[in-house]
Design a protein around this ligand. Sequence first.
Ligand code: HEM
Length: 347
Amino acid sequence: YYRPPSTWNAFSAAVAGSATDAGSASAGDGDAGPAISADAQQRAESQTQKDVGAARLPSAPRESHTPSPETTPRAAPSNSLNGAPIPTFTLAEHDSSDDGGTDEDTLPPPSFPSLNSAQRASIQPTHAPVVAPPKPSLMAPPPKPTLMAPPARPTPSSLMAPPPRIVASNLRPLPTALPSVRVPITGPLPNRGPLPNRGPPLSNGSLGPPPTAGLTAKTPNARGKVLLSPGHSPLDWASLQKSGMNLSGVPSLIRVTPSILKYNNGRKGKPAWSSYHGKVYNITPYLPFHPGGEGELRRAAGKDGGKLFMEVHPWVNWDNMLGECVVGIMVSEEQARDRGGSLEDME
Ligand code: HEM
């Protein structure tokens, strides 16, 4: 049983006194009671010392550190860790009464990061005086835009010289009206074949002579197309054919002999007739509409143009293009003599 220390001595004396009196106390009580009580007293005192020691700071000296075989061995307090001193702190070291500090000032520093770590060293201590960051200096106001000087007025000396006056002596004589309207055709007739400079490369790798060598332009523009005068487009020709005008130049279809065809060659004011596959067409109205140029078409005037036609554009439907220009059919001189003039007479 546990008894308070104040009653312990009286209880022990009573037990000791009765030890000799075997009849007044039981054997159990008389033998065990004093022994247990003495051991319990020692333990109680030891426990009291432990409680007092636990309440002290770890660095406080202890009365005895002798390990007891009955208790868990305690580690001896040390002020160093692997040889490095462990920083200690006490609440009394920091006196916050004079600066009116807050609770934050009185609190110990956090355990992380470690006190002697570089991470903590990089952190500005909370109790360090806070230095206000320098106020950003105001930027200098932008320079006021300076107005550009007005452009200098041109002086008579800086102006370009006026163009020379046009006088009659500077002018070239005007060409005649009719040729100026026509599309100029220079050079030989085109054969629509491969261009000389488009052939296969020569053995030395070059593309051959320049395009102009030995060749003149067949058409006036760079794309090889004939520039038709305004109002002479293919659509304009189609509209003219549908207009109902007599484009053949004859009141009715006639028999055309080779001599007659040859006569109407388009020169000296005569009409330009041309035969294609036995039919004779008056190509005179079509000359300014011909996409290949008037000169090209004139090559077939007064004769059979079928061969030239097929060499250049066999895909063109000439009968449809010149349907309103039909003059008649080709007949031999003999046939014309035998059968008379008009086709109606032949039937
Ligand atoms: C009355 C008969 C003829 C008609 C209706 C006719 C009609 C045409 C047409 C529609 C074109 C444009 C073809 C295209 O762009 O694809 C053309 C182009 C041309 N024609 Fe004729 N043609 C005739 C006779 C001839 C003759 C007899 C020659 C030559 C002797 C000739 C030489 C050309 C040439 C060089 C072109 C230019 C081709 C080009 O621009 O690439 N045409 N012709």
